[in-house]
Design a protein around this ligand. Structure first.
Ligand code: FDA
Ligand code: NAD
Length: 429
């Protein structure tokens, strides 16, 4: 017999946990809400997987990083869902969604019906096999998305202690994983095709700091494309062959070449824009009683007057809360007005960015990677106003100040003066 719920959240990640907390705040009766996840565990703070989870000493483990600890909230361990009468339907992959019939079918043949659906299926990794890279299906090639992936990688790191790793990709995963593998005493080479790391946010100047810092930590950086991989007779990866003919030995390969939203289940049933599920400012989709939140949603970014998708944890939390509030209160609540916020931590570094990285940049501060207390940043200026601010090594007060600057968009009259003032321009606002 089909199970039936007033609310179903499809996807049991960050957004699911924050939505559940908000539904509970709004008043929820036992048995009304279910969360379906193909993972075997209750919602957790996914960012821990590329950081504390892989630390050589005292690695983070569940229940330590269940939501909502990442935003300073109460930790929702599995017992919390039980107390609230929220059903966690775990280790269950939904393979078919029929939005007209309001029903979901799982890989093991169950049917789950709902009155309201919240889609929170997030993104899936892009694989080297998707580009037809030869040898990309060898053993010891790792991707990182879910806790199972992190566990497998952790085991491999222990097994290949003092071994060699090639990290393919120079984005978030590439930079965070290179650092944590290096901390585990692995010989690390990063390989990426672009002229500088994290090109979707960093300018060449910002990237230079990180590239030099990583090099000082013993990470080798090669700006090239990984053309193919070679395996030994056991099928385990042994070499990464670069397009320019160089060959890198590898016991482990970690790949971070991007992610794409998981929307396949809903194709043709709900309006999409670009690669995301289109929503309004309340995360309602084109189908009645269906919401989409987190990485999967393309929503009106009010500040910049355009539709955008955001693949970061802060938005997944806030969009989930907005959808749950909107479901309960209709459109009496305010429209979503999101200020983009991205951050990363690796080695002893920690940066934050707020706003939009458009226009020209003004750099400030000490960006010598050999300085004991390097602290630097950049303002992005468009139409004579601050649009985005980046800060490495900021205090929590300074980070709050740069967020405010990106939000209020103060005018900039003199760029040289702005460079001189640096972060104090933001803290004095
Ligand atoms: P999330 O990925 O959290 O959850 C999706 C869930 O849906 C998963 O449990 C999945 O199994 C499930 N699912 C999908 N399809 C399903 C189906 N058909 N049936 C059942 N279940 C299904 N961001 C940031 O701002 N700072 C950071 O430091 C990091 N760090 C970071 C590290 C790593 C390793 C990753 C992979 C990602 C980050 N991120 C990040 C990004 C951030 O974690 C991400 O944006 C949010 O987790 C998105 O939240 P969602 O709830 O949308 O997806
Ligand atoms: P990304 O988009 O940040 O980086 C992808 C990188 O892949 C590019 O910078 C490029 O260097 C590289 N690349 C692309 N094609 C390539 C190819 N053929 N060969 C080699 N390199 C290639 O994606 P990611 O780092 O894989 O991260 C995946 C997801 O996880 C994203 O949604 C990201 O937001 C999320 N994440 C976020 C954080 C954070 O916010 N701190 C941390 C980890 C992961």
């Amino acid at each position: 017999m089909a199970k039936s719920f007033k609310y179903v959240i499809l996807g049991g990640g960050v957004a699911a946990g924050y939505a559940a907390r908000e539904f509970s705040k709004q008043g929820l009766n036992a048995g009304e809400l279910a969360i379906i996840s193909k993972e075997a565990v209750a919602p957790y703070e996914r960012p821990a997987l590329s950081k504390g989870f892989l630390f050589p000493e005292s690695p983070a483990r569940l229940p330590g990083f269940h939501v909502c600890v990442g935003s300073g909230g109460e930790r929702l361990a599995p017992e919390w869902y039980q107390e609230q009468g929220i059903e966690l339907i775990l280790s269950t992959e939904i393979v078919k969604a029929d939005l007209a019939a309001k029903s979901l079918s799982s890989a093991n043949g169950e049917t789950i019906e709902y009155q309201t659906l919240i889609i929170a299926t997030c993104s899936e990794v892009i694989r080297l096999t998707d580009f037809g890279v030869e040898g990309a299906d060898s053993k010891n090639i790792f991707y990182l998305r879910e806790i199972d992936d992190a566990e497998k990688l952790y085991e491999a790191i222990k097994e290949k202690n003092n071994g060699k790793a090639v990290i393919v990709g120079g984005g978030y995963i590439g930079l965070e994983l290179s650092a944590v593998l290096r901390l585990n005493n692995i010989d690390v080479t990063m390989v990426y095709p672009e002229p500088w790391c994290m090109p979707r946010l960093f300018t060449p100047d910002i990237a230079t700091f990180y590239e030099e810092y990583y090099t000082n930590k013993g990470v080798k950086i090669i700006k090239q494309t990984a053309a193919s991989l070679t395996a030994n007779s056991n099928g385990e990866v042994k070499e990464v062959n670069l397009k320019d003919g160089r060959v890198l030995e590898a016991d482990i390969v970690v790949v971070g070449v991007g992610a794409r939203p998981r929307t396949k289940l809903f194709k043709g049933q709900v309006e999409q824009e670009k690669d995301g599920i289109k929503t309004d400012a309340f995360f309602k989709t084109s189908v009645d009683d269906v919401y989409a939140v987190g990485d999967v949603a393309i929503f009106p970014m009010k500040m910049y007057g355009e539709m955008r998708r955001v693949e970061h944890v802060d938005h997944s939390r806030k969009s989930a809360e907005q959808a749950a509030k909107a479901k309960e209160n209709g459109e009496t609540i305010e429209e979503y007005d999101y200020l983009p916020y991205f951050y990363s931590r690796a080695f002893d570094l920690s940066w934050q960015f707020y706003g939009d990285n458009v226009g020209e940049t003004v750099l400030f501060g000490d960006k010598d990677p050999n300085s004991a207390n390097a602290k630097f940043g950049a303002y992005w200026i468009k139409d004579g106003k601050v649009f985005g601010v980046f800060l490495e090594g900021g205090t929590s007060e300074e980070n709050k100040a740069i967020a405010k600057a990106a939000k209020v968009q103060p005018p900039v009259e003199n760029k040289d003066q702005l460079a001189q003032e640096g972060v104090s321009f933001a803290t004095n606002l």
